[in-house]
Design a protein around this ligand. Structure first.
Ligand code: AHG
Ligand code: MN
Ligand code: MN
Length: 325
């Protein structure tokens, strides 16, 4: 089934507003354009450094800037979109005055992998615009539980779109005519797993409950968990979440001691919220080690958060360890 047929059917079945479907189509259109640039790499002159930095003090790659421009240009020309917020922009960008939705996105996730031909992606989250006149930053600061559409496009071995409107998780693969075709429906994550993903080089910076949890996994069959675990780390959250949706696992980017102003590396609005909604829609768990990600009341657009998500049993165990101190 094509994405267009799916959207038509899903809209009827779940009484989704026209404007929301229009917003979804526009996001997908932008990601298809980004995919074309990514595919060509050096041949479309998109590799390497941009020579600039973003509001969060990170060096931008050319593709961070290009993907951001494509997203903004496409979404600003969409009547249903009232405003945008991007990981690469200092503040929000206004859209159409008639718009009823806010789109928040990480235009290019996994930037460190761009130049080495490893999977990268675009992550998006859609919130309703509150009925409160002219657009302001506080309109965007809604908890993840308010999302009406979330997903990502993975530019990997195949380009795949994965999304949810809150009625299950669906995956589509881009064909040679630049159309997305459904390749998986109602995705579910097994509650148990023997695979984890974490940047182990940060071990010494973590808090004790996290070290303790990882020590248990590393002890394997001889430890309290009584089974051997395997580890994967792509360094692209999109690729990591995709693997977990396809075969289970747990992904962690915990809080660490390096910078007290940043409780974690990942961004609540552009990364943690959309990915947590996808994971929980697929039956998995997502917390910041203390509370469900989707219940966090945001205080800033670029706010960072610790992220533990994936197979329920592991997410529960990490979270329990933190609540016990
Ligand atoms: P971004 O490229 O948007 O800045 O995000 C990168 C994130 C995420 O995709 C990934 O899980 C993590 O950073 C990788 O971190 P390490 O560099 O510590 O591996
Ligand atoms: Mn990212
Ligand atoms: Mn990014």
């Amino acid at each position: 089934m094509s994405l267009l047929s799916f959207l038509e059917q899903h809209q009827k079945q779940h009484h989704l507003p026209d404007d929301l479907i229009q917003t979804a189509k526009s996001i997908v259109n932008a990601c298809t354009q980004i995919s074309q640039k990514v595919r060509l790499g050096a041949l479309s002159d998109v590799l390497g450094e941009a020579g600039s930095g973003n509001i969060q003090g990170e060096a931008q790659k050319k593709l961070d800037v290009i993907a951001n421009q494509i997203m903004i240009q496409t979404l600003q020309n969409t009547n249903s979109v009232a405003g945008l917020a991007s990981e690469e922009e200092d503040t929000f960008v206004s859209g159409s005055e008639k718009g009823s939705y806010l789109v928040l996105f990480d235009p290019l996730d996994g930037s460190s992998n761009i130049d080495v031909n490893i999977s990268i992606g675009t992550i998006f989250s859609v919130l309703p615009k509150p009925n409160s006149g002219s657009l302001k930053e506080s309109d965007f600061l809604q908890s993840g539980a308010n999302q009406v559409l979330a997903g990502y496009v993975l530019y990997g071995v195949q380009t795949q779109l994965v999304l949810t409107f809150g009625h299950g998780v669906f995956a589509f693969t881009l064909n040679d005519k630049n159309e997305f075709i459904m390749t998986k429906e109602n995705i579910t994550i097994p509650a148990e797993t023997a695979e984890f993903a974490i940047n182990m080089s940060n071990y010494r910076h973590w808090e004790n409950p996290m070290r303790d949890y990882i020590d248990e996994l590393l002890a394997g069959k001889d430890g309290v968990r009584g089974k051997n675990y395997n580890m994967r780390w792509v360094a692209s959250m999109v690729a990591e979440v995709h693997r977990i949706l396809m075969r289970g696992g747990v992904f962690m980017y915990p809080k660490d001691h390096r910078d007290p102003s940043k409780p974690g590396k990942l961004r609540l609005m552009y990364e943690a919220n959309p990915m947590s909604w996808l994971i929980t829609q697929a039956g998995g768990g997502a917390t910041n080690a203390m509370q469900a990600i989707l219940t966090i009341q945001p205080t800033g657009l670029h706010q960072r958060v610790a992220v533990i998500l994936g197979s329920q049993e592991e997410v529960d165990r990490v979270t329990r360890k933190h609540s016990q101190g």
